[in-house]
Design a protein around this ligand. Structure first.
Ligand code: CA2
Length: 148
């Protein structure tokens, strides 16, 4: 059966492609989803791609992934730096998590250098723009192939 990778995007990422292209690029989230779905199909995987501005909704989606998805790729956006709730939900899930950021968070304001999510993620990708989603999907495919 085809394995599904949950791809979650946190607050304000629905605005991608409309503002701050110098930091976040000019692609929209829909562009990224389209590209990633094609890449997933090439890898024999499926993606379930979502965005929410609400912390609780993201927590619920992470919980509902138990027994349903093979892995999670998440750009938690600003919740990266604040959300113990998202970290706890990830800790309780039974699948691997890869954290991604479009920008290199370590070159920006000091508060962006701290991530609760990194404490529970298998790996972190940042600074490669939307290409980071593709890199994370490749990394997840390798991880799943090795655990088979
Ligand atoms: O670099 C990333 O991917 C971030 O997760 C993006 C978050 C930021 O809070 C993190 O520190 C790093 C912000 C997402 C906001 O996205 C926008 C995109 C276009 C216009 C406005 C906001």
């Amino acid at each position: 059966m085809t394995q599904t990778i949950l791809v979650l995007n946190g607050p304000n990422l629905n605005m991608l492609g409309t503002r701050e292209p110098e930091i976040y690029g000019s692609e929209t989230l829909a562009d990224i989803e389209r590209r990633l779905a094609a890449r997933a199909a090439d890898l024999g995987l499926a993606i379930d791609f979502r965005q929410s501005n609400h912390e609780g909704e993201l927590v619920t989606w992470i919980q509902e992934g138990r027994g349903r998805v093979a892995g999670l790729i998440m750009n938690p956006a600003a919740y990266t730096h604040t959300s113990i709730a998202i970290m706890d939900a990830m800790q309780a899930c039974d699948y691997p998590v890869i954290e991604i950021h479009l920008s290199n968070v370590h070159r920006r304001e000091a508060f962006r250098g701290h991530s609760y999510v990194s404490k529970v993620a298998v790996g972190v990708i940042c600074g490669f723009g939307s290409k980071g989603y593709d890199l994370a999907l490749d990394g997840m495919a390798d991880l799943l192939a090795r655990s088979r």
